[in-house]
Design a protein around this ligand. Structure first.
Ligand SMILES: [Mn+2]
Length: 175
């Protein structure tokens, strides 16, 4: 049974984990990749073991985000899983195997259509992007957002708002 929890509770759930695979949706866009790399970076800076897991090599257009990820077929450890920017389980593709054998599973997403999967989920359809959610999670914990983490999150927010032009952009997004 999935339990829906608010952003602050989710923030604390994340900090309870020690070894994590972070999984975005297949054919990842800027928000999926930016939120995954940003959260991964943040977790490592705070003493966690974390890796981003992609089904395939990173799309060409996002090569500037680097290649600090592992392919789904190589993710062999039993870890906890955080799924990002993914409206339904089938959208994690080959990573479903990792999800099914995970310790615990957390889902963070801003797609209103997300019906909630994972052990615990936080869905906020009113927010511009999953990156904005990760930003708020780190803020809720009162922890520092490093320059590197900010770079990834900003990339995703910019991508999901069309450079802050779409209607999902709020004053808070800009800030
Ligand atoms: Mn998104």
């Amino acid at each position: 049974m999935t339990k829906a929890i608010d952003l602050t509770l989710m923030a604390h759930e994340i900090m309870r984990l020690h070894k994590v695979y972070i999984i975005p949706h297949v054919n990842p866009d800027g928000d999926a990749l930016g939120s995954s790399f940003g959260l991964c970076r943040f977790l490592r800076e705070n003493g966690k073991t974390a890796d981003v897991v992609l089904e395939k090599e990173i799309p060409q257009g996002y090569a500037f985000l680097g290649n600090d990820y592992i392919l789904a077929e190589k993710a062999a450890e039993k870890r906890d899983v955080i799924v990002l920017d993914c409206g339904e389980l089938s959208r994690i593709g080959k990573s479903e195997r990792i999800f099914m054998s995970a310790g615990s599973t957390l889902v963070i997403d801003h797609h209103e259509t997300n019906d909630g999967f994972g052990d615990k989920c936080t869905i906020m359809g009113s927010l511009s992007s999953t990156c904005e959610m990760i930003y708020l999670i780190i803020k809720a914990l009162g922890l520092t957002i490093s320059r590197e983490t900010a770079f990834f999150l900003y990339t995703g927010i910019t991508s999901d708002t069309g450079g802050m032009r779409y209607s999902c952009t709020s004053p808070a997004t800009l800030a």
